[in-house]
Write a protein that binds this ligand. Structure first.
Ligand code: PEP
Ligand code: MG
Length: 319
């Protein structure tokens, strides 16, 4: 029995209607990458590199970073590993990077916006990433992108550094979709990006103008709000035929939400390592083609609560 469960966790997840969905893991360190591999993750969908930078007196140097990224890639044995460049500025601050006070940090200079002010920090991180082997397994992801120019700027820096290092191969470069305009303009981002990954935690916060840290709003800041779902749909449609789309926010591991994400056309889900087996099991029970028939009406419902109710009823009917 235990062996069967282990084999099921390691096998790819195919839905009842025959779609293979990659189930990857979100991690904060190479140690967690090993855990993810044990749980059967098909790769890493989000390594939050900021954990390497927190609780220290100075930024980790190129060698320290390279070792950690290399260890994460090795733990996955050739499967794809998406490492996100430092995402700092809103809820997370660094003691050695004195950022000016801003009245509304969630809307301030954070994520990729910070790099234009502190390019040396980004260059160190990109150099460390470029020295990971094999580069084919590595994907670099840029947080908080609002338009394609930001991604082009990072790619130019990456190319410049790769030349300095004498590299001929380049890792794939992708963008997070967390800003509503990025979701709506996904087609132009997909021209430049090798992949897109929807950060539903921030996308929900910005779409509904509800602080993700505010416990008083937690019940209403719902990824299943039809307005948020339409942004996810816009992302998938915009990227169609150009690049794959994943989800790495908490919604990817939510048993109700993940069914809708896959039905909307998402190719990859990235979840906490311990949730990988349960998410694969849920996908194997899902008939996304049947659910797709319901979707257009659900996207016109009035709130997230109504969508959840429809989903609950649907599951009762099909099971
Ligand atoms: C997100 O915003 O959904 C996400 C995955 O990034 P983080 O939670 O680190 O902001
Ligand atoms: Mg985010």
């Amino acid at each position: 029995r235990a062996l069967e469960a282990r084999e099921a966790a390691q096998a790819p997840a195919t839905t009842l209607d025959g779609r293979v969905i990659e189930v990857c893991a979100n991690i904060g360190s190479a140690a967690e990458a090993r855990l993810a591999a044990e749980q059967g993750a098909d790769g890493i969908g989000l390594m939050r590199s900021e954990f390497l930078f927190l609780e220290r007196h100075s930024a980790p140097d190129e060698d320290d970073q390279q070792r950690e990224y290399q260890a994460a890639v090795e733990a996955l044995g050739g499967k794809p590993v998406i490492i996100r460049t430092l995402d700092i500025g809103a809820d997370k601050q660094l003691p050695y990077l004195r950022l000016p006070e801003t009245p509304n940090p969630a809307l301030g200079v954070r994520g990729v916006r910070l790099w234009q002010r502190h390019p040396e920090l980004l260059d160190t991180q990109l150099r460390a990433l470029l020295q990971v082997e094999p580069l084919e397994a590595l994907r670099i992801m840029v947080p908080m992108v609002s338009d394609v120019g930001e991604l082009r700027w990072v790619r130019r820096r990456l190319q410049g550094l790769a030349e300095e290092l004498g590299l001929s191969a380049m890792p794939r470069l992708g963008a997070m979709i967390e800003v509503p305009t990025a979701a709506l303009c996904a087609a132009s981002l997909a021209e430049e990006a090798d992949f897109l990954s929807i950060g539903t935690n921030d996308l929900t916060q910005y779409a509904l103008a509800m602080d993700r840290e505010d416990p008083g709003l937690a019940a209403r800041a719902d990824v299943l709000h039809p307005g948020v779902l339409r942004l996810i749909q816009a992302t998938v449609n915009g990227a169609a035929g150009k690049c794959p789309v994943g989800v790495c926010g908490a919604a990817a591991g939510d048993p109700q939400a993940l069914a809708l994400l896959v039905t909307l056309g998402v190719d990859e889900l990235s979840v906490e390592p311990a949730r990988v087996p349960a998410v694969k099991a849920a996908l194997r029970q899902l008939d996304a083609r049947a659910l797709a028939d319901e979707l257009p009406a659900w996207l016109m419902l009035e709130d997230g609560e109504a969508v959840r109710q429809r989903l609950t009823d649907w599951y009762e009917r099909v099971q």
